[in-house]
Design a protein. Sequence first.
Length: 256
Amino acid sequence: MDDFISKLPEKLAIWYDPEYCISEIINNRKYHLFLNFKVQPLEVCQFIIEHDQYDLFQHIKNPSYDLCLEMMKKDGGLIEHVPREYWTPELLKTAVRSNSSALQYIHNQTHELCLAAVNSQGDAIQYVLNPTEDICIAAVNNVGMALRFIKNQSEKIIRAAIKNSPYAISYVHNPTRKHELLAIWYDPEVIQYIPHHTELMARIAIRKDPETIKYIHRQTYEMIKEALKQDTYYICYADLEILTPIQLEEILLMVA
């Protein structure tokens, strides 16, 4: 390297001085000048990674394994630019842990690697080529809404998803009444996304959160009364037209 530099004109040789390169990168952003050279100082390559200049990583010529590993700790999504001979279990796991989307570039996926990816970010389940039930459960335990990427939804997967995020009920392929009740139990606001909710669902939702009465399509006297017991403010959401004169009088007395 030193012999190579000594043969260069002074104006070019200065670009192989790490301190000068770093100064130019920081102050003048002259990345293209550095990247055009065949021999790239290790110190500058390390600087690029340490200072989060991720877009430059793909332009580093012949990066070392250690350099690639450090980059994977920063952003595993750049694994497509890492030479295949460096794709060790250690590097791959590091990549998916820092950026689970790295999994989409890895075709020889192991069970352990997929688990590491979904435990880091549940939505990575969309990149798993052969998802098993335990990998799917791990994914929805991390992000309940990851259920939208799961085609084969077992009862265990559905329940885990709803428990983590009740709004995942929207992505259950064939939701049962039990699934819908479970979602409402965990978060009564979910009832707004269940168009054909039953009276039982409505009463449970209102009991847990009286404001949910505004989402109930077919209110009853008992529902309105339950909501107002908790806070008379919610009369603004009550459908008073469904009440008989006697029921209406009783409700008005509650808020008087």
